[in-house]
Design a protein around this ligand. Structure first.
Ligand SMILES: Nc1ncnc2c1ncn2[C@@H]1O[C@H](COP(=O)(O)OP(=O)(O)OP(=O)(O)O)[C@@H](O)[C@H]1O
Length: 289
């Protein structure tokens, strides 16, 4: 049975959030504890929402539920006014171009035997885009992430870690999505590569009406990219609000503890990183391949 339900959240499409997560609860197995417990938040069009919390707080589970990779126990996920909580595989495929993901380790999801152009054109093929257009769009997506012409012919092993993450971002963007779930997308990168990829994500967002759900444990990373933040503890939302406000004046004890335990507790180091990001942002991003 198809479970696509149109949900009229507002008569004005522009006022409808890009994504609305309502009272979401998720349990793995029949009797286990709730990994996600009554979580609600929205993401506006073109907005970046940070999702932070300790390991095991439920961040990845929420991201995967939005992508349709984890079944929802209760609550609803509404994307552009459409209930996508429990879609059939066929209905989910219709969303494939609009709702994309970038994970921590792109290498594991790229076939080592195939040039990366194949991975980028696959979602376009599924969407029925003609071959000639696919070639053009793959090249344009690689260009947009600063990878040189001809990169589509190269194999995953021929890229550095940072370049592979650019490939993963290009693969997410090639379908011109509305929302990208970034799950620890920069966590495995060294500091300067991390800064480059964060700047890239920020710049790409500016050029398109693109929203991100940005999952991270590093507060400094979230502060750089996200306008608003949701703080999770053991599957529950303990605080949410404007990122700067939450950082400056955390209301929940847990948020204060999380900030104190942040991987970048030293204010000098924070300032240095921010400065490095700003410098990188100011400089034109040269092709890196
Ligand atoms: N496939 C699974 N089967 C059973 N329990 C799971 C599964 N995946 C996650 N969990 C449990 O769900 C809870 C939330 O895990 P989740 O991975 O969503 O947290 P997280 O905040 O993303 O953690 P991390 O930052 O370490 O990735 C944890 O208690 C975890 O052990």
């Amino acid at each position: 049975m198809s479970t696509v339900e149109p949900v009229v959240t507002s008569p004005d499409a522009a006022a409808t959030p890009l994504l609305e997560v309502r009272n979401l609860s998720i349990r793995y197995g029949r009797k286990g504890p709730l990994a996600v417990d009554d979580v609600s938040f929205t993401i506006g069009r073109g907005e970046t929402l940070g999702l932070i919390g300790e390991s095991g707080s439920g961040k990845t589970t929420i991201g995967r539920a939005i992508l349709g990779l984890v079944p929802v126990t209760s609550g609803r996920i509404i994307f552009e006014g459409r209930d996508i909580t429990r879609l059939s595989a066929a209905d989910r495929r219709t969303l494939q171009g609009d709702l994309r993901a970038v994970f921590q380790d792109p290498f594991s999801s790229l076939d080592p035997r195939k040039p990366i152009g194949d991975a980028l054109s696959a979602p376009l093929r599924v969407a029925g885009v003609p071959r000639a257009d696919r070639t053009f769009r793959v090249q344009a997506a690689l260009d947009s992430v600063g990878l040189a012409p001809g990169s589509e012919e190269r194999y995953p092993r021929q890229f550095s870690g940072g370049q592979r993450q650019r490939v993963a971002i290009a693969r997410a963007l090639v379908t011109d999505p509305r929302l990208v779930v970034c799950d620890e997308a920069v966590s495995a990168l060294d500091l300067s590569t991390q800064a480059q990829v964060l700047n890239l994500l920020s710049d790409l967002r500016a050029g398109a009406d693109l929203g991100y759900l940005f999952i991270a444990h590093d507060m400094a990373v979230v502060e750089f990219l996200a306008q608003r933040v949701v703080v999770l503890n053991r599957g529950r939302v303990v605080e949410q609000g404007e990122t700067r406000e939450v950082m400056r004046n955390p209301q929940a004890h847990y948020t204060r503890v999380l900030m104190a335990a942040s991987p970048v507790p030293d204010p000098d180091e924070q300032a240095r990183r921010r400065q490095a990001w700003q410098q990188l942002k100011a400089s034109a991003s040269a092709p890196v391949a």
